[in-house]
Write a protein that binds this ligand. Structure first.
Ligand SMILES: Cc1ncc(COP(=O)(O)O)c(C=O)c1O
Length: 474
């Protein structure tokens, strides 16, 4: 009906609409490079518009280099047009596509992935895990035919309550826990619930790079807080809370990613007090606390919180079972309701099968014993990395746990050239700049010792040193 009307209206707007329509079809790959477009006569008939209108649309495509004319036989798709028009260059799509700098690096296939702060899969008791999969199907024969609740499996939440209360002095009920698909989802949920454009929020500097991407996407005004081997400058924290009244402070105070620093217990208590005074929520991201090399780290900030100012994100992905992608969020019921409602807009809960496997696997005696072995294996790998880098003159603070060394290279090393050279040499690392909320250039790199085995670590680090030395000017 609408088209019929349009067929009578021969104006510029209509030919632009047809131009957009054709361009969209080229972009979607319906016509490939050098494919012939429909003749003017047939398209005009299909669209029930005047032939001159189609002609004008084709002329505009030609002027813009999207099509070419061949031997007066018709219009053909120009070979360059599709790459020029890839989805990321699409002005409509790109307004909503947001970058994830870290995941771009992770997509690079390399022999030596120092960029991956994840456990070497060979360090997990994989055969043993498969026994749990069988057990779960025996125990819950209908598991594949059932959704979880949005908040997460009740049995798992009850087990986690016991675990948190016993080990970390949390007093939470199952209603105060939410199961998510990894803590990345949890960060995103928190940001969607709490942050609107121009809201002030605090992020550590440096920080976990995808958190910068998530909060930037919400349009937050990011205020950086420096983190040091001894924690934060609490005067700086208080000044910011007092003057900028931020909505939240996202922090990773235990074996911090990327630096490995741990905020001491006294500061944790004080931070919770500051949060309460200035009504600033603390989003405590805690994915690596089980991987400690000496003493256990201090209790989470959540353990000191009585007024509900801490939201605790606890991932179990990185060293238990990345393939299951299970994390828990602990917070008070008022805030929990918002999280559940927001999560229900994107899914019906974390996959039930994953939750049940995780439940039986994580709480098994075997897994708990295995954790002790993991700590030793990762401490050995950290020592190897430190040994290989000793004598280079590069600087880092030896971490007491976690997965990474935060290494300062000579200032003369050009970071973008270093990354591209390393990729040519099949090696990846995380450049410090992407961990900086201010995106300033830095000579720091994050090198993970957790993903490669001992032989690969030594070989990869030797290769890395050669590349760095070749770019260093003395
Ligand atoms: C500080 C921090 N937060 C969140 C995540 C994401 O965890 P998950 O794999 O559970 O989504 C990571 C993973 O590297 C991390 O280091």
């Amino acid at each position: 009906m609408e088209r019929e009307n349009r067929s009578n209206v021969h104006n510029d707007k209509l030919f632009e609409q047809i131009y957009d329509y054709l361009l969209e079809r080229i972009r979607r790959g319906e016509w490939k490079a050098h494919d012939k477009l429909p003749s003017i006569r047939s398209l005009a008939a299909d669209l029930r518009v005047h032939r001159l209108t189609v002609f004008k649309a084709y002329q505009l495509l030609k002027r813009n280099g999207d099509v070419y004319v061949k031997d007066k036989s018709g219009y053909y798709v120009h070979p360059g047009s599709q790459s020029m028009l890839g989805p990321l260059n699409d002005p409509i799509v790109s307004a909503y596509v947001h970058e994830s700098h870290l995941s771009e690096i992770h997509q690079v296939q390399a022999d030596y992935q120092f960029s991956k702060a994840l456990l070497d899969p060979n360090l997990l008791p994989n055969l043993y895990l498969s026994e749990y999969v069988k057990k779960v199907f025996d125990l819950y024969p209908k598991v594949l035919g059932t959704y979880s609740t949005v908040q997460g499996d009740q049995e798992l939440r009850e087990a986690l309550c016991g675990y948190f209360t016993k080990g970390f002095h949390f007093f939470v009920s199952p209603e105060e826990l939410l199961i998510t698909s990894g803590s990345q989802e949890a960060i995103d949920l928190v940001a969607r619930v709490l942050v609107r454009p121009r809201d002030a929020i605090m992020l550590e500097r440096p920080t976990y790079s995808p958190a910068i991407d998530v909060f930037s996407r919400q349009g937050a005004e990011i205020i950086p807080v420096d983190i040091y081997p001894s924690g934060y400058d609490l005067e700086q924290v208080e000044r910011i809370m007092q003057t900028s009244r931020p909505r939240l402070f996202y922090l990773n105070p235990t074996f911090h990613n990327p630096t490995g620093f741990t905020v001491p217990a006294e500061q944790r208590k004080k931070l919770v007090e500051l949060a309460e005074t200035y009504k600033c929520l603390l989003i405590e991201d805690d994915p690596g606390r089980d991987i400690y090399f000496g003493d256990e780290p201090p209790l989470p900030l959540f353990s000191f919180d009585t007024a509900g100012y801490v939201i605790y994100l606890r991932s179990f992905s990185k060293y238990i079972a990345p393939g299951l992608s299970i994390a828990a969020v602990a917070c008070r019921p008022s805030f929990m309701n918002y999280l559940i409602r927001t999560k229900s807009l994107s899914d019906s809960g974390a996959p039930l099968l994953n939750q049940k496997i995780f439940l039986h696997y994580f709480f098994s005696e075997r897994m708990q014993q295995h954790l002790a072995k993991l700590r030793i294996a990762l401490a050995v790998r950290k020592d190897i990395m430190e040994e290989e880098l000793s004598g280079t003159g590069w600087q880092w603070t030896s971490p007491a746990g976690g997965f990474n060394l935060w290494v300062e290279l000579p200032a003369s090393v050009p970071m973008d050239r270093l990354l591209s050279r390393c990729m040519e040499q099949s090696l990846t690392f995380v450049p410090g700049t992407i961990c900086d909320p201010l995106r300033e250039s830095t000579s720091r790199v994050r090198m993970s010792y957790s993903y490669l085995n001992e032989t690969e670590l030594r070989a990869g680090l030797r290769r890395f040193k050669e590349v760095v030395f070749s770019l260093t000017t003395f």
